[in-house]
Structure formats: C-alpha cells, structure tokens
Design a protein around this ligand. Structure first.
Ligand SMILES: [Zn+2]
Ligand SMILES: [Zn+2]
Length: 333
C-alpha cells in the first residue's frame, strides 16, 4: 500500500519537536510545530502550505522566521493554525522587522486561532506590509482543516496555558488491485490517479474514463480498487499530567497508525513533570497503549537525560509494549 502521508521528525528527541508530513500527490507538506527547522532543505520549506502550532513556547515557534524568509516570494498562501494567542504572536514576530520593500511580494499568511467553540481568522499580506487584517469568527467543532480526502482534528489541552494536539486523518485509503488490472488487460497510467480522485470526490457512477482509446464508466472500474482504512498520524506535546488531558488525548489519537508524543520526564521525576506541566514517559507509553496506536514515537526529552543510561524512550516504549498483567491470569472455572 502506498501511504498518502510520509512523515518524520526533523530533529533528534532532545531537540525541538517538529513533525514534517509530505502529501506526495499534492506536492505539498504540513508542519506540526515550528521549532528549529534549520535541517529542512529549501525544497521542503517551499512545499509547506499549513503549519499547526501546539503553543508558542520558544522551542515550538522559533522557526517561524526561517519559514517566513524562505516563502516571501511564494505565490501559494501559508496557513497557520494555533491556540488563542497565535495571532498576536505572529503579529509580534512580523512587527519585529521593517517591511517597506516587499509590496510586490506575493506571500499571504492566513492565521486561524482556536478557543473553546470558536475559531477566529485573520490575515497578513506582504502587499500591505504585513498589516493585520481581521477576518471572521466561526463555530469550531473540533475539525480545524477539512479537505476532500482528509481532515485535521484538534484536542484543546492544558499546559498551564492552552495547548493544542492534532490528528491528521485520511477519510479512507484507495488501493489499486494490480492482479485485477492485469486480468482485465488495463495499463498502468495517469488515469489511475484520476480514478482515485473521482472516487474521493464521490463522482457519479457514469463518470467516463478513456483508457487506451476504450471508454469505461466509473462503475465498470470499481472492481480495480480496494478501499481500506485511511492513514492516521497524531502529534501530541507539552501536556500537563491531568486526568482530563489524558482522556482527551486518548480519544483524539485512538487507532492512529503513528502517534508522536512527548515523553519529557522519567516517571521517577513525576513531581518535576507536574511542576513543569509535562507528561512523563510512562504516561506517554500508557496513552499510546490505551489508544491502541500502531506505532509510537516518543519525542521531546528533557536535556537532563542526555547522558543517562536510561532514556525516556526506554521507559515510554516499555510501558507501550507492556501487556496488562490481568490478561495473563488464566480464567478460573
Ligand atoms: Zn516544549
Ligand atoms: Zn511548552
């Protein structure tokens, strides 16, 4: 199965957390948090259309300037999503420079902030020297971005300040059954991408395709594809150790193919985790296990464990893989 989303962390686990997700067929990419992004090549920076910011602590937001500089001459707008103060943080960053020579630059930044059940938009255009333009207020139902084949869901969490967690979810995945294709004597070609697009957009069954001069309706081609569960990638970081947060995270990330989750402190430093509004590695592992995720990546470790023999990763993965003891006790008759 060809995945729709190709994802990777940009930095090591002791450095700024930052997830880069490519959508190959759309030649675009998403960024989850924008800490240091110096390792991204300029070609990758140019693909970024949407940035999802959990909160604006410096390790999650300092890369904004790097991205801004790279995209100043780009036509495609940049959208940034974040908690309630994201707009003023972006405005503050933009106000830190002088912009009298950029009126002919095409860049448009659209900002979307979330607070409880409301979503507020605003924009900053290079042609107006990045003056803020207030947009609209919308009702917010937990989905921050919805496109024809995927959506991004949000959980609003507490990190002493509001902090968002995100889940990128493909509606369903379309696979081509090569055996049926060969059986029917149909060639591989660009028409397969069009067929997938038509299915995603729920086009009518009589939509026509021309393949090698022959005409086929969408209904006639449906046996070539197999629909399976869509890909789900979740990103959670900087979360206070509260029952409410843990419940909301498990609900958001449930059944993810991959969960990226902070594991800032070891369980033995739980008091410190409570003081600093972070998860422990053990709790992160428990969340991943309870949420039945396929693959769990622990990230964002406190630098104090850099040279220690046991890392937060060891503790988090051990907890994730732990089989509950009660399941091992044979049933009594
Ligand atoms: Zn952080
Ligand atoms: Zn933080």
């Amino acid at each position: 199965m060809k995945p729709t989303f190709i994802h990777r962390l940009i930095n090591g686990p002791f450095e700024d957390p930052c997830l880069f997700v490519r959508i190959i067929r759309e030649k675009r990419a998403f960024l989850f948090d924008i800490g240091s992004i110096e390792r991204l090549k300029s070609g990758d920076l140019q693909k970024i259309t949407d940035v999802f910011v959990t909160h604006t602590h410096i390790d999650h937001f300092i890369g904004f300037d790097t991205l801004l500089r790279a995209l100043l001459r780009r036509e495609r707008p940049l959208r940034i999503y974040g908690p309630s103060n994201i707009t003023e943080c972006i405005e503050g960053k933009l106000r830190g420079y002088t912009w009298n020579l950029i009126r002919e630059y095409p860049l448009k930044i659209e900002v979307l902030s979330v607070k409880e059940d409301k979503m507020v938009t605003s924009s900053f255009y290079a042609e107006n020297c990045f003056e803020k333009k207030q947009g609209n207020i919308f009702n917010f139902d937990g989905v921050i971005l919805k496109e024809p084949f995927f959506r991004v869901n949000v959980a609003q969490l507490d990190h002493q300040i509001p902090c968002l967690a995100f889940s990128l979810e493909e509606d369903f995945h379309i696979n081509i059954n090569k055996a049926v294709l060969i059986d029917r004597g149909l060639p591989v070609g660009p028409w397969l991408a069009e067929l997938k697009k038509a299915i995603r957009e729920q086009k009518s069954g009589d939509t026509e395709f021309v393949i090698n001069g022959g005409r086929y309706s969408l209904n006639e081609l449906k046996d070539i594809v197999k629909i399976t569960k869509g890909q789900k990638i979740s990103y959670v970081t900087d979360v206070s150790l509260t029952e409410e947060n843990i419940r909301k995270v498990i609900e958001l990330v449930h059944s993810s193919d991959t969960l990226y989750c902070e594991a800032y402190f070891l369980e033995k430093d739980r008091d410190r985790a409570l003081e600093r509004f972070h998860l422990t590695a053990k709790t992160a592992g428990m969340i991943a296990r309870e949420a039945r995720v396929g693959n769990f990546v622990a990230m964002h470790f406190s630098p104090k464990y850099r040279s220690k023999s046991e890392t937060p990763e060891d503790e988090a993965i051990r907890e994730f893989k732990m089989v509950k003891k009660c399941a091992l006790i044979p049933e009594q008759h």
